[in-house]
Design a protein around this ligand. Structure first.
Ligand code: HAM
Length: 422
């Protein structure tokens, strides 16, 4: 029988990599504190309608990428493809409009989309999601964008490109939609089949088609920003003004529309050349009508989500520092069974002092145990043999310098603490 492997597009994050994730998550947690966002844990699956109505029926995500299943009582449930709709649901369900607005929350965890796997694109991937709910002020858009930039700066990422656009609102978008259709309609035959299909259902999506022919056509397409109503125009102006004020370099891209239907006004992405085709490290924007789309009252909101795999890939590509790789401080080496027994007590005592320590349980030779200690990148080896047990001492070897000395059992923890501090 063949060994069962993980499904296509999902991956194990092994110890070689997981410490880098911990570093990124640690930084995210720090930035969240600095910006005043609280962590929430949200369900991995939700009612399918939440995403169908929230994200939009004619989006790729809802049309062909959701992992949807029926539970045993026949309810249609979906593994979350993103967190924004869930965040808004959570806000509504817990009456958060009673709190000081905006309510600022973040969450992280796995998302699921049935996409064609490639570098930086998986079927299960992690997002860090940050949302501010209950305010329509452009300053909050700015806070969200600066949150992302602050985090990427803290992680040492460079050469990132911030692209922004305004996708308008239900008041100004229909006029633009028509103008776009008028333009695209005259070139309909030249569009790829997917875009021909999008023409009636979701013409704005043609703007970010990756097909070369469509891209060429869309270069000359009218831009949403020429059709914005006064309110959207002013909002966009204030967001851009704010970015300039904070020294955030950005590029306006009239063809940036994003793949989810809930966006209004600001849309933005942060791109990295390191990632190849899947070049967005994060994406986000404002979604003032999402709460209504899922049955709630009007609750404006803005946020972003960043892919953890893509952050780590970009950091690796750019040789960014992930901090020290976790290693153990001490490895206990035992000569025989009686030493092993004494070592168990020693191990526990060292651990109780919050010092990391390990040993071999398989009865390896002294030499192999010392090799194990080096493989684990331990700083010190504590050697316990007959002589040590009789004398009430431990031989402590500094694995970097090779020097060793006898230390009395009673002062061992202090000695270790002092040695690893240097
Ligand atoms: P999104 O652009 O679909 O937006 O995803 C955000 C980020 O998640 C992307 O920029 C990318 O880094 C990562 N990502 C998306 N799909 C994959 C995948 N298949 N494999 C690996 N990484 C991926 C959203 O999800 C919105 N909810 C963002 C948002 C929050 N808008 C407002 N608030």
């Amino acid at each position: 029988m063949d060994i069962i492997k993980a499904p296509r597009g999902v991956r194990d994050v092994l110890p070689d990599e997981s410490w880098k994730w911990a570093y990124v998550m640690d930084a995210a947690r720090k930035v969240s504190n600095v910006f005043g966002y609280s962590e929430v844990h949200l369900p991995i699956f939700e009612h399918t309608e939440l995403f169908a109505r929230g994200i939009g029926d004619s989006t790729d995500v809802v049309e062909k990428e959701m992992y949807t299943f029926e539970d045993r009582s026949g309810r249609s449930l979906t593994l979350r493809p993103e967190l924004t709709a869930s965040m808004v649901r959570c806000y509504l369900e817990h009456g958060m409009s009673q709190k000081v607005q905006p309510v600022k929350m973040w969450s992280a965890g796995p998302m699921f989309r049935y996409e064609r796997p490639q570098k930086g694109r998986y079927r299960q991937f992690w997002q860090l999601d940050v949302e501010a709910l209950g305010s329509d002020a452009p300053e909050v858009d700015l806070e969200i964008i600066s949150f992302a930039i602050y985090l990427f700066d803290m992680l040492g990422l460079s050469n990132l490109e911030v692209v922004v656009n305004s996708v308008g609102c239900p008041e100004c978008r229909p006029t633009y939609r028509q103008a776009l259709k008028d333009y695209v309609g005259s070139k309909f035959e030249l569009l790829c089949p997917t875009c021909q299909n999008r023409f009636d259902r979701n013409p704005l999506r043609i703007l970010d088609c990756k097909n070369e022919g469509c891209r060429e056509i869309m270069k000359e397409a009218p831009g949403m920003t020429d059709y914005l109503c006064d309110e959207c125009k002013e909002h966009f102006h204030r967001v851009k003004e704010g970015m300039s004020l904070l020294g955030i370099h950005y590029k306006e891209d009239k063809n940036l529309v994003r793949g989810l239907d809930y966006y209004t006004k600001t849309a933005f992405e942060v791109l990295s050349g390191e990632l190849g085709a899947q070049n967005a490290v994060c994406g986000g924007g404002r979604y003032d009508n999402l709460a209504e789309a899922i049955g709630g009252p009007h609750v404006p909101g803005v946020g972003f989500a960043a892919g953890i795999e893509r952050i780590v890939l970009t950091m690796e590509g750019q040789g960014c520092d992930f901090g020290p790789k976790p290693a153990i401080d001490v490895f206990v080496v035992t000569a025989d069974d009686s030493a092993k027994r004494a070592a168990m007590k020693l191990l526990y005592e060292i651990r109780q002092n919050r010092i990391s320590v390990d040993m071999d349980y398989s009865g390896k030779s002294l030499g192999s145990q010392l090799k194990m200690a080096s493989n684990k990148e331990a700083r010190l080896a504590c050697i316990l043999g007959d002589t040590e047990l009789q004398k009430g001492v431990v031989t402590v070897k500094d694995l970097a310098s090779g020097s060793q000395e006898e230390v009395s059992r009673d002062s061992l923890v202090d000695y270790i603490r002092h040695s690893i501090a240097h």
